[in-house]
Design a protein. Structure first.
Length: 136
């Protein structure tokens, strides 16, 4: 009897983990990632709802993943806009925030492409330690 319980529990856990890792909209329509609003796709909602019938947790997780990825929305909804960052737009944003313009041709200006805020913090910290960066 203990062997049956272990196998049953293992099967249930495997099913839960499998359904949690694959939300229906994310699997069916990965190209929809990044949408932040729109009409909900009934096919994805029904498929996620079926997860609620089997177990509550996988269904809730499927809905949460699809809403957070934006894959539950039909195409044509509002997509998250990535800002167009070039020296001119960046200078306009900096001027609006600080009242100061940046001359990008100066030798003291360091231009780096960063992929995260943490990467920016590490760069500033390393420049501060080396003395190449003077904070005001």
């Amino acid at each position: 009897m203990a062997g049956f319980r272990k196998k049953s529990l293992a099967l249930v856990l495997a099913g839960i983990i499998t359904t949690q890792l694959a939300a229906c909209g994310t699997v069916f329509y990965p190209e929809r990632k990044g949408q932040i609003s729109g009409r909900i796709d009934p096919v994805v909602a029904i498929a996620n709802g079926i997860g609620l019938l089997f177990f509550i947790v996988p269904g809730v997780v499927a809905f949460a993943v699809d809403f957070s990825n934006g894959t539950i929305y039909l195409p044509g909804g509002r997509a998250e806009q990535q800002p167009d960052l070039n020296p001119d737009t960046l200078n306009a944003h900096l001027y609006a925030a600080t009242g100061t313009r940046v001359d990008w041709q100066q030798d003291e200006v360091l231009v780096e492409q960063l992929h995260s805020v943490d990467e920016a913090r590490l760069l500033v910290a390393s420049l501060s330690r080396s003395g190449d960066y003077a904070s005001r």
